[in-house]
Ligand binder design. Structure first.
Ligand code: DQA
Length: 141
């Protein structure tokens, strides 16, 4: 099992700033992740929440179950120490992903408070960032 967790506003993919995040919808993302996992022999479960506490709870669940995670923390990336502390408890690989390349965007996006406790980060490849992250996790199993 691989979890794919998504933070705030990512349910609105396809509607939200398509020039930055593309025209594909959240449902397209779910399909892409599930199919990528299937090809690699892994079940993939994709979730999204706008709520920080829910995301922290999901990270605890992954840590307790030793389940690897692909995480797009969205805006929480840049300021959530609660998320950082939850990721630090991980017991399996966790890959931070971003659809856009935050380093090439506004100054406030240049800081990730979670990167240091992730296994690694993949950013800037559109929805392919998730595919690359699932592949990376599959190769670590
Ligand atoms: C994002 C980048 C973040 O800066 C932003 O707040 C998001 C999406 C991305 O996937 O490119 O919501 O994580």
């Amino acid at each position: 099992m691989i979890y794919v967790f998504n933070g705030p506003n990512l349910r609105r993919l396809g509607i939200r700033e398509p020039s930055i995040y593309g025209a594909d919808t959240f449902d397209d993302l779910v399909k892409l992740c599930v199919e990528t996992g299937k090809e690699l022999g892994h079940e993939v479960e994709v979730r999204q929440t706008d709520d920080e506490a829910t995301l922290v709870g999901w990270l605890h669940e992954a840590a307790d179950g030793k389940i690897p995670v692909v995480l797009n923390p969205a805006a929480f990336t840049h300021y959530s120490y609660a998320l950082r502390d939850a990721i630090a408890q991980r017991t399996a690989p966790l890959v931070e992903v971003h659809i856009s390349n935050p380093a090439a965007r506004e100054e406030f996006r240049h800081t990730s408070v979670v990167a240091a406790v992730a296994t690694g980060t993949i950013a800037g490849f559109g929805l392919q960032s998730y595919v690359l992250a699932i592949q990376a996790i599959a190769r670590m199993q």
